[in-house]
Design a protein around this ligand. Sequence first.
Ligand SMILES: *Cc1c(COP(=O)(O)O)cnc(C)c1O
Length: 455
Amino acid sequence: MHEQKKNRREFLATVGAASAASILVRPGEVRGAAAPEDKARLAIDGGTPVRKKALSSPPYGPQFYDDVEKKELLEVLESRSPFRWGAPDSKALKFEQAYAKHIGVEYAIGVTSGTTALYTAMAALEIGPGDEVILPAWTWYADYDAVVLCGALPVFAEIDESLAIDPDDIEARITPRTKAIVPSHLQGGVADMDAILAIARKHKLLVVEDCAQCCGGRYKGRYVGSIGDMGINSFQLSKTITAGEGGAVTTNNPTLFERALRFHSVGSLPGPYKEALKGGLLASFASCNFRMSEFTGAVLYGQLQKLNTICEAVRRNNRKVREGIADLPGLKLRKSADVEGDLGATVFLVWETKELRDKFLRALRAEGVGGSPPGGSAVLPRDQRIENKLTIHPDWPSFQTPQGKAIKYGADSCPRTIDILDRTGGVLMNPKHTDEDVQDIIAAIRKVYLAMRTA
Ligand SMILES: *Cc1c(COP(=O)(O)O)cnc(C)c1O
């Protein structure tokens, strides 16, 4: 045992020296006059940082704004017709058709946000009081709020090391009242849809894919949002493509499409879609106005033309980093259900303890390449307003049923989710990272990882 351990230490020391040397010889960099041995000393311990100027990862979409979006937007302004119904050559309609074609679904509806897309999907699927919907314990608030606001009961399942819902934890949460599962494809990753669909089929459950953090991502060759019964997306600033705000609902089912259309536009079946649905087959019902404006449609129609470029760039950068750190002994990366298809928005390492993860992130930040825990979502069951089941009215139907009264949220309801999130962290990737940025990320991860493993 002792001898084995020694060999491993020697091996690590050799790899460490090699990587320090390769950092040293990189051309075009002024590294100061420190001795070679100092190169591997971590910046957090007073060594020279890999980067002097910290690497940032600004929102993807706006970095790609150019004359394409400008032209589309100006056309709406000059047409003086910013309302989608009746707009000649409607941009919102063009966006919907192009988006549906891009991800490979029959129908897409542009709405005002990812949140209102979720409300629309819940309404289309007739989810309401008495129903239960299974969500991952780590996702965005809108997934929970949409279920509560339609009067149904949210039930949380744990995540796994992909940071998406753990299929193995879904079945234990299913009851005769369960109506749907909402797998979220989070932080550029994809949920394990084969396993989720198998469970859904077995128990006759509906599946709503939340693709807000994975627009353009694919699972085994199919775009996310085209796999479940319905998909939703967001085009808010922090998503893959953006008009500041915006959302979409997708489906292949004409009945769900008609219900979603009616719900999002005051119960009516508007012009361009009336014909496609043969005048409409369903009665109108109490509904909302979540219509997309022509200005939003114009920007998104332009941004959609950049979606492939953005996704390819992030994936390429992510692949290079993974290749550059693949030989690190004992390295454990965030799991992925499709590592080539997902967006690769993060290079996250999974550590044995929170202390190690925190130390790793602090040291990475000191090296100037950033260092982030999982973000963009919250551990919902431990949020105060959720733990206390606070709603807009004390008699809210979600929490008046025996199940709604009995259900206990809180941190104790999702220990594995909290543990995994506490041990995960790394670097956020960006489509505009240059080759040199990518090399710095590799160098910093190698330097810190090796220092920590040989300490
Ligand atoms: C952003 C987000 C939403 C909500 O989208 P908005 O456009 O901000 O309303 C829903 N789900 C997830 C997973 C998100 O990240």
